[in-house]
Design a protein around this ligand. Structure first.
Ligand code: PLP
Length: 352
């Protein structure tokens, strides 16, 4: 607290990211990073960009990267926006598209950055509860709304809606912007990108942090009608004209070009998820049906906070949220086979 702070700063409730501890022999399963590492071709491109040209500003429009993303996703470059991580893309979307007189709608249990942005940008919002099975019910969103944002799969449950359900949500709200945050879509859910052609109110946000193992590079993007992308550009150019540096633009392009590596990586994460789920279930956990690179699980006889603390003593870090309805759950990132084994054997010691 300081008398030099603005009144807004006093009111902020900042997002708390998962910790990045420095411990020996750590099994880090708390921030949904990809354990397999980025494409070697991406690393080579990033190294290649570490050159004398770094004295020059990067392309402010990221033209080559947007063209590569457009080709990859079958849209036009004017339908693509890129930013410094999808958190920044989302922040711009909140300002450009989600602030209206009627409230923004999102689920009660969801990505905890959304209410943080609402406070920062002065956006009125309402949350709608997940059902008993911890699922989003799209019918609940049939009410007055200024805009809607949902992650698909949802975070931190990992549960996904089908593309048909997303289409229903869009058809129910033809006159309000709908943002679908697809941070985890590459691990088995259906992307809504094909609906962009028929729905001018849809903005799909994706990231290279998870499925492309480039969280440290900070590349996120959005795909939608050119009119929505224009809005994001106006906000970007009122905030920071050069969000992506040269290494980030080059590395992202090279990652997209290495599709074999990408496909193999996501298959391995999906197999790891199935193995982790089986192991947790046989240890007595209830595991929600995840299509993400993490699972959300609770044990009927053990408190979530205590389990997380006991795992931490064995240098296994998972994410625990003390929020209502989910305080007994652990969110566990799908690690390598060896990390999954370490987690399961630590748990079996704790539960014994
Ligand atoms: C990880 C995550 C993001 C942000 O990812 P970036 O690293 O900023 O691209 C956005 N939305 C959800 C739901 C996430 O889990």
């Amino acid at each position: 607290m300081s008398r030099f702070w603005s009144s807004l700063t006093h009111e902020l409730k900042p997002y708390v990211p998962g910790e990045q501890p420095r411990m020996a022999d750590l099994v880090k399963l708390n921030t949904n990073e990809n354990p397999l590492g980025p494409s070697p071709r991406a690393l080579e491109a990033i190294r290649g960009a570490a050159a004398d040209t770094l004295r020059l500003y990067p392309d402010p429009q990221a033209t080559a990267l947007r063209a590569a993303l457009a080709a990859y996703h079958g849209v036009r470059p004017e339908q693509v926006f890129v930013g410094n991580g999808s958190d920044e893309v989302l922040a711009h979307a909140f300002v450009a598209l989600l602030k209206h007189d009627a409230p923004l709608l999102f689920p009660d249990i969801t990505y905890s950055f959304y209410p943080v942005y609402c406070r920062l940008f002065g956006i009125a919002y309402e949350t709608l509860p997940l059902d008993q099975a911890m699922q989003i019910r799209t019918a609940d969103y049939r009410r007055p709304a200024g805009a809607i944002i949902i992650p698909n799969p949802n975070a931190p449950t990992g549960i996904a809606l089908s593309r048909t359900e997303i289409a229903t949500l869009l058809d129910d709200h033809p006159d309000v912007p709908v943002v679908v945050d697809e941070a985890y879509v590459d691990f088995g859910a259906e992307t809504a990108i094909p609906l962009v052609a028929s729905h001018r109110n849809l903005l799909v946000v994706q990231t290279m942090s998870k499925s492309r193992a480039l969280a440290g590079l900070r590349v996120g993007y959005a795909i939608g009608d050119a009119d929505l992308i224009d809005a994001l550009m106006r906000v970007k150019d009122s905030f920071n004209s050069y969000p992506l540096g040269r290494p980030a633009q080059e590395g992202a392009i090279a990652s997209l070009a290495d599709d074999a590596y990408f496909q193999q990586g996501r298959r391995r994460v999906i197999e790891g998820r199935e193995r982790l789920t089986r192991g947790l279930k046989s240890a007595g956990f209830e595991v929600l049906p995840s299509l993400a690179n993490f699972v959300f699980a609770r044990h009927p006889a053990h408190e979530g906070a205590k389990l997380a603390a006991a795992l931490r003593e064995q240098a296994v870090i998972v994410r625990h949220f003390s929020a209502p309805r989910i305080s007994d759950f652990l969110r566990i990132t799908v690690g390598t086979d060896a990390q999954i084994d370490r987690l399961l054997s630590a748990l079996s010691g704790i539960l014994r």
